[in-house]
Structures are given as structure tokens and as C-alpha cells.
Write a protein that binds this ligand. Structure first.
Ligand code: PEP
Length: 254
């Protein structure tokens, strides 16, 4: 895992007005100066705050991500935002297939795949989220579900593309619940995802692709989770809204 640069991303979800987002990112700038080259740090504000946050991030070791996109470049899709628009705003990453989008907004492996393709076509990197529900885990279907999501999300890509992607394993039962996966549970699924990428795209791609863990990552569990050999970073929701907590998680990734 030492060859892969760790990546810690903050998913702000539907939080922070533009002035609040600017205040948060200004505080964050001060907190990440010493780790920027060791750990890649990413923030994902709402669409509305992307432009202002991009300007506020100028010169800082912080990357910008969007939380979603549409798969078409432009057209009659009221309320949607396209990947080229996000690239033009300075986004390096786009989160695709977050479980809230799958559960609340009807996203499927097929639409997630189309979005990931749009993200790559716009020269950005997808952060492709996968993860099982509690019912699926209790029915011992975790690996089957995650495998289906990874295969579906990555369908039609080439190995050289996938090598640069970020996958995020986010068990649905751990998101926003305060109940994180144990490090052993996370490592088991991360290793299975990497093995699957190896079968689909070859060992070199599997060794390069980064796999984040997400689900109630906090300062007090981050070091343990991030210490697992196949855990290459964290996708952080709630704790990314508090600079002290997010900075502590970034430190734990070193
Ligand atoms: C997320 O939304 O991706 C997430 C992991 O949320 P939380 O850290 O709040 O569980």
C-alpha cells in the first residue's frame, strides 16, 4: 500500500451556504499545509459553492470535487450539471454512485457507469462509491453486492483508466450512523475489491487503484482503518464539516 498515495476526501453533502463553505475552506487551508504532499486532500462542497471554493483554494494543496454530475454534456436536463461544466470550474474529482444517490435518487449501476464515463471524458477522476446495506450484510451478500457494483460501475473502461480511479467502499449501515466498519471488515472488502480489479484489469491496475473507506470515519477510528493494507484513504461525511476532526483524520492517513 505504500506505493499508493493516500487520499482523504470530505463530502459536505447538502451542507454549508456559500459564505459558510468559504469560512470552512479558509480554516482548512491553514490546517493542511503540512500534509499536502504526503496525503492528497479533497473537498466536495455543493455545486453552488464550487466556484467560490475553487477561488479560495488557489495555491493550497487541496483538490476540489463535485458530489454528482449528469452524464450528458449539455442539453434539456433541467436541474442537472454536466461533467465538462465541473471540469471548467476546477474540479479534479467527481463522486459518483454515493449510496444516498443510489437510495434516494434512483441511481443504478448503469447510470453510475455513464456518469463515471462522463467524468473521465472531461479529464477528471471519478470517486466511485460502492457498499452493501445492513440487510445485505446480514444475508452474507456483501461481497456479491460490492462485486456487482464494481463490475457495473467500471464496465467498458480500460485498465489504464481504472488505474487512476478512486473507489470508495462505503457500507450503507456505516454512513452517518456513528457505527463504522471494523478495520477487519473494511480490509476484507477492500482486498476483495482489489482482487476483483486484478481479475478484470490485471495486477498492475489493481496495485495502482486507490480504495477509500467511508462510513463514520472519525479522529478516534481513522488511524486503525487507514492502517489496513488495502485502505488507501477515507471518504468522510459528518467529520469533514469540523476542521479539527477533518485535520485529525488527514494526520492519521500519514
Ligand atoms: C459519506 O457520506 O460518504 C460518509 C461516509 O458519511 P459519514 O462520514 O458521515 O458516515
Amino acid at each position: 500500500s505504500s506505493r499508493r498515495r493516500k487520499i482523504v476526501a470530505g463530502n459536505w453533502k447538502m451542507n454549508k451556504t456559500v459564505p459558510e463553505a468559504l469560512a470552512l475552506v479558509r480554516e482548512l487551508r491553514g490546517a493542511v499545509t503540512s500534509v499536502g504532499d504526503v496525503v492528497e486532500v479533497v473537498v466536495a462542497p455543493t455545486y453552488l459553492a464550487l466556484q467560490a471554493v475553487h477561488v479560495a483554494l488557489e495555491g493550497a494543496p487541496l483538490q476540489l470535487a463535485a458530489q454528482n454530475c449528469h452524464w450528458e454534456s449539455s442539453g434539456a436536463f433541467t436541474g442537472e450539471v454536466s461533467a465538462p461544466m465541473l471540469a471548467e470550474l476546477g474540479c479534479a474529482y467527481v463522486i459518483v454512485g454515493h449510496s444516498e444517490r443510489r437510495q434516494l435518487f434512483g441511481e443504478t449501476d448503469e447510470t453510475v457507469n455513464k456518469k463515471a464515463k462522463a467524468v473521465l471524458a472531461a479529464k477528471m477522476t471519478p470517486i466511485l462509491c460502492v457498499g452493501e446495506t445492513l440487510a445485505e450484510r446480514e444475508a452474507n451478500r456483501t461481497l456479491e453486492v460490492v462485486e456487482r457494483q464494481v463490475r457495473g460501475g467500471l464496465e467498458g473502461f480500460e485498465a489504464k483508466d481504472v488505474a487512476g480511479f478512486v473507489l470508495a467502499y462505503e457500507p450503507v449501515w456505516a454512513i452517518g450512523t456513528g457505527r463504522n466498519a471494523t478495520s477487519a471488515q473494511a480490509q476484507e472488502v477492500h482486498a476483495a475489491i482489489r482482487a476483483l480489479v486484478g481479475r478484470l484489469y490485471g495486477e498492475q491496475t489493481a496495485a495502482q487503484v486507490r480504495i477509500q473507506y467511508g462510513g463514520s470515519v472519525k479522529p478516534d477510528n481513522a488511524a486503525e482503518l487507514l492502517g489496513q493494507p488495502d485502505v488507501d484513504g477515507a471518504l468522510v461525511g459528518g467529520a469533514s464539516l469540523k476542521v479539527g476532526d477533518f485535520a485529525a483524520i488527514i494526520q492519521a492517513a500519514r
